[in-house]
Design a protein around this ligand. Structure first.
Ligand code: ZN
Length: 150
């Protein structure tokens, strides 16, 4: 399942990437290009823009809430998506590129020392060079997902 989100849904886009979904964040106002890109790449459009919601063609979900948790809940419910921990944190939240495993030796000095000491597995984005690991960030995400699931 792949997504394309319109500009008012930037936070939701990051979260869908955290969950592992290939998610394009479309910041332009150009509705025609949005529709073309959705069709060409077989992406579901998520938007709060009422004008786009009425278009026919690609699948469109009209996001109702302004609140991030409600938005996520709506997407997960409407598309019957279950959380899959194996799929989470496998994609750069900025670039939407799948992360690569990187050996610990290679990142010495590139992450905070306490992170280096306490974490085992590290991943890198080939797009922006960001290094990811399962830190406190991971715990926060799980907490929010549990709240949504309730
Ligand atoms: Zn990146």
């Amino acid at each position: 399942m792949k997504f394309i989100l319109t500009k008012e849904l930037g936070r939701l886009a990051k979260w869908l990437r955290i969950l592992g979904f290939d998610t394009v964040y479309f910041k332009e106002e150009n509705k025609g290009r949005l529709l073309i890109e959705a069709l060409r790449e077989n992406r579901i459009i998520l938007t709060r823009n009422q004008k786009i919601s009425r278009e026919s063609g690609p699948k469109i979900i009209n996001i109702k809430a302004e609140n991030l948790k409600e938005q996520l809940r709506q997407v997960l419910e409407e598309l019957h998506i279950e959380f899959n921990k194996d799929r989470m944190f496998r994609r750069c939240v900025i670039c939407n590129i799948e992360l690569d495993f990187i050996e610990k030796d290679k990142i010495k000095g590139r992450v905070p020392e306490y992170v280096f000491q306490t974490q085992k597995d590290f991943y890198i984005c080939k797009g922006c060079g960001r290094i990811y690991w399962q830190g406190t960030h991971w715990g926060n995400v799980e907490k929010i997902l549990q709240e949504i699931a309730q």
